[in-house]
Design a protein around this ligand. Structure first.
Ligand code: NI
Length: 256
């Protein structure tokens, strides 16, 4: 069994096709999918999809791109939504200093406030970090953000950062970029991080793995990420599938 630990099934790219996409995933051996929100509306949609489908779980939160939308009213709505049993984590939250679609101080505030929601509800967090490694690390350390566990989604940092984050209680998730030829830094992380801290994901509809790169991504393609990880770790696909699924279920406390 494979798990796609980070997918955006509610994205407009999948509209009208969600059932077919989930079916294709199942046929590829992907039996569970974690559907992640990026703002209030997409978080609500994630919960609705999770309620309708067995094996689908939701993550609720506001992405750093949308940090400016996190008013106190939205914070209380995310809080209420996140109490739902199908919501396995708060996310995706964090910092994106590459695109800076919300001002950096607003991003930091939104990140901190949502870490506090997760701590109050005793749920793990799903972190988005782009070009903000040091600041993300400083905040998670100061806020004890790993106290309920969590995952650095689509990890793109160096091995030393991976080690520091694991010490703070985090797991690391690898996506399509690990299949790219020039992703040397990510190959090193994938080859050397302990297997009991690794997860896999698609981040679909984005980040399509090789050899499908250029096409729309979808959860069935998490198998390509698993195959690359198996190659880098000298393990079988079955071993990688088993271990990454176990880790994902541990982080998100998925029991069924
Ligand atoms: Ni994402």
């Amino acid at each position: 069994m494979l798990i796609d630990s980070h997918a955006h099934l509610q994205d407009k790219d999948f509209s009208g096709e969600i059932d077919a996409v989930i079916q294709r995933a199942a046929e590829a051996g992907v039996q569970k999918i974690v559907c992640v929100g990026w703002d209030l509306e997409s978080s609500r949609q994630a919960v609705n999809i999770a309620r309708r489908h067995k094996g689908i779980y939701a993550v609720a939160g506001v992405h750093p791109h949308d940090a400016s939308s996190l008013t106190s009213e939205v914070i209380s709505k995310i809080y209420e939504l996140a109490k739902d049993d199908k919501v396995v984590a708060i996310g995706e939250i964090g910092l994106d200093y590459y695109r800076n679609l919300s001002p950096q101080d607003v991003q930091k505030q939104a990140f901190i406030e949502q870490i506090r929601i997760a701590r109050e509800l005793h749920k793990p967090i799903v972190i988005h970090d782009r070009d903000a490694h040091q600041e993300v690390y400083n905040i998670v350390k100061k806020e004890k953000a790993g106290s309920n566990g969590g995952v650095m989604h689509c990890f793109s940092g160096h091995l030393p950062l991976a080690i520091d984050l694991m010490k703070e209680g985090f797991y690391l998730s690898l996506a399509g970029p690990v299949t790219y030829k020039n992703a040397k830094k990510t190959h090193e992380v994938a080859a050397r991080v302990p297997m009991d801290r690794l997860m896999i994901e698609t981040d679909c509809p984005y980040l399509t793995p090789e050899p499908q790169r250029g096409k729309r991504n979808e959860p069935a393609h998490v198998k390509l990420v698993a195959e690359k990880l198996a190659e880098l770790r000298h393990k079988t696909l079955e071993e990688v599938a088993y271990l990454t699924s176990l880790n994902t279920q541990t982080v998100f406390r998925i029991k069924d």
